[in-house]
Design a protein around this ligand. Sequence first.
Ligand code: PMP
Length: 439
Amino acid sequence: MSAPKRSILTMNAFELADGKPDGLLARRLANVGAASVLFYREPIEMVSAKGAWMHAADGTSYLDFYNNVPSVGHCHPRVVAAVSEQLGVLNINTRYLNERTERYLDALKAKLPERLSNVVLTCSGSEANDLALRIAAKVTGDTGVIVTENAYHGNTAAVTAISPSALIGADPPANVATVAPPGRAAYGEDIAGGFRDAIERAAADLEAAGHGLAALVCDSIFSSDGVFADPSGFLHGAVEAVRARGGLYVADEVQPGFARTGSGFWGFEHHGVCPDMVTMGKPMGNGYPMAGLAAAPAHLGAFCADVGYFNTFGGSPVAAAAGQAVLDVIEEEGLQPNAERVGAYLFERLLSLAEGSGTVAEVRREGLFMGIELCRDGDLARPDPELASATIDGLRRRRVLIGAAGRFGNVLKVRPPLCLTLEEADFFADALGAELAVR
Ligand code: PMP
């Protein structure tokens, strides 16, 4: 491969070298310092948002194709009302009983496999994955973890260690084995078999090095790796191989969960496997910070026998109100079928753009989650991150916000709100077509 590995946080980000900052940008950099990560060389000041659109201080409106947090639509009135109302009634931690939280957990569990009947609510996906790692280590007695080579699972010390995409110039620790993402570039036409074999080898290596195998942790749509969904069921063999060696399978649903994949409510459904644990977050509260972990009572019980688990803000009645409103809106507005319908339409348009473009090597999709892989001469072996970067900047000028993914940063990550209309899908496809035509 010709291109160097890219950190997920540096893609199309503001760089101080780009000029002398003033105004709000200067204040932001002074306040947040080196941890200030901003999109675009010229950052955008946002003031409001509605549906799939975000409105900037200079009066420009942008179509949001990046942001899968406000998944049922920015500032959805149902979520806003539910949160506002509950904030004025009661907002406490979970060491008291509250009917609202139990009602929400019952509704959430109705969406999950029956055997994962315990749900722990947290504030971030990172916390949920951190807890999953601790449970897996306790249940298996091992510390080895397998992830994909450009995975992202969060920002605590433990989950940064299993997030190669976040590590700048460093490798994961010795107890973390990485495998190439499940695509044709790595495994040719037998993606399922190749991926399973890679997992087998990684597990054997971890065992040989004395770490054993605690878990395979996979984002079910492999978003930061560049979005990989097909062929459906390809995870099955890999999960069987993990279980045969005593490891657990953790489905990280922070990205694909909550109806985005259209055919299912969760990404793992596409693979016909039942995870040992499911972690979730991002779209769960449509912007209200909430996340969670679902596990079998025996697994959670084993962990809690040692240390217990408590989260001050996780599972508050306000979180429950936000989460319930999200579930209700998904159902009542038919957002899961909409993700499939608009996703299928957009996919067709993107396939037409790809044909003869000379630069689109693959378009991959599940529901309203797509990856558009840009390569020189459309050759998967020659990723073109410069083109991806220029396209992202060009799309911004055409009023569309989108990000990149993949080890080399050459995959456009398509992830609009689930309420996207056909007209909005056209707006994006027209802008992308125009952009690719000038490059
Ligand atoms: N897992 C995945 C797959 C993610 O994409 C993210 C966030 N980008 C996380 C976990 C971490 O979630 P949070 O930022 O809420 O901690």
